[in-house]
Design a protein around this ligand. Sequence first.
Ligand code: SAH
Ligand code: SF4
Ligand code: F3S
Length: 476
Amino acid sequence: MQKPNFEEARTTDKRSYETKKFALEEKYQNYFKGKTYFLKTYGCQMNEHDSENIEAILENLGFQKIENYEQADLILLNTCSIRENAHNKAFGMLGRCKHLKEKKKDLMIGLCGCMAQEEVVVEKVLAHYPWLNFVVGTHNFYEIPKLLVRSLKEGLQVEVYSRERDLVEGMPTHRAHSYKAYVNIIYGCDKFCTYCIVPFTRGRQRSRTKEAILEEIQNLIKDGYKEVVLLGQNVNAYGKDLYDDYGFGELLEDVSLLNIPRIRFVTSHPWDFTDEMIDLIAKYPNIMPSIHLPVQSGSNRILKRMGRRYTKESYLHLVTKLKEKIPHLALSTDIIVGFPGETEEDFQETLSLVDTCQFDNAFTFIYSQRIGTAATKLKGQVDEKIKEERLQRLNEKVNGYFLQNNQRLVGQNLKVLVEGRSMKQKDAYFGYTETNKLVNFTGENIEVGEIVSVKIEEAKTWSLDGRKSEDFKASR
Ligand code: SAH
Ligand code: SF4
Ligand code: F3S
């Protein structure tokens, strides 16, 4: 048994690591032929992409995917630790699994993802859920076949490494979408923002080699993919741990030159955004004019306590440069309310920053205390009622700007990558604009995977409605 240890996860020393090639041992191929699995994914795109790898590994073991967990032979939870409610959801699901397990003794159940990296979670599992088959961490989920098979004889397997291991390339991937693909460029995070658990659950920053990334994207292009989303907790830090003279800007340019129609990237940290990166995004039409730039707070006092390494002024300066240089830019952000010590004046500064930036989208959160992070030691925890009331006021403000920005698009022809049939509207399709806005639209001769021009007829807060048009000079 290898349990996680936060003290070890906290150390900032750099380790040297090697790149290994994934191989599924011959003896595991089709080991579970005829069995079914249900995989539930919580959390961010990083977890969604890990799940794409896990699904492919399970399918190589012979499992078949099903959507009803009550009928599955294996239930696997790929969990998230970012806020308390993510924990509650996963434990709620484990509770339902417990009832199923009582009726179905040979049901296999596993837990992986960020929660598996937490000491408190593993202790709780050992005390209350000893009938699980395995708990495996984010650094070694490719070991699921070995752990699952071993658990059949030996019971619960806990295999969680507190610190990152070697990079593993060549994992199989069952991609969730046919035209849009996630590509990891950098794992982990070195920033240690005082509220955040990610550096503990995902380890120190490690970039993949540029050769591995470019090769993966070349293969995606051959397979007909139209869009790649470059993934990392902090994509602008790409390369810093690996190269002296090759960073995110150079990588963006090399990916752009491969000629895939659409390139996106999440998440950018304001501290690592350089002028060179802005110029490259502006220069290449296949780098989408859509940037997710979490601000977290508009108060310098709170930003300092959060350990964010920028000020309100430097954030606004960056936003001004981005908007000046990148025409049609859509800007989105993350904001936390109720961070320890946040006063009404601090919160007012956040509202005023929202008025200045007029974001196209924003994910707003109530501060959630995470065991092990530095912010738990800060004085001035904000009352729950005040946090909720601030969240509501903030949401009203940000939602107003989403609608206002969308209303400006009514009457315009926009390029939309068609992703599928609309779930809400009969005979309609859905897709995303270059600025990452969801569009539901109707029309004739529409093929999924195509980029079409859509005339926007109606704006809503979170989406647009329109009709396919024949205007090939469509705007962004
Ligand atoms: N790497 C990205 C975001 C990672 S987590 C970045 O640095 O911007 C996504 C978002 O969750 C964060 O931007 C933050 O707004 C929110 N978040 C992280 N920890 C949180 C906590 N303890 N309580 C509430 N929200 C949190
Ligand atoms: Fe968390 Fe900060 Fe790293 Fe983002 S940059 S993952 S908020 S520690
Ligand atoms: Fe959650 Fe882990 Fe992502 S904590 S937000 S799944 S990196």
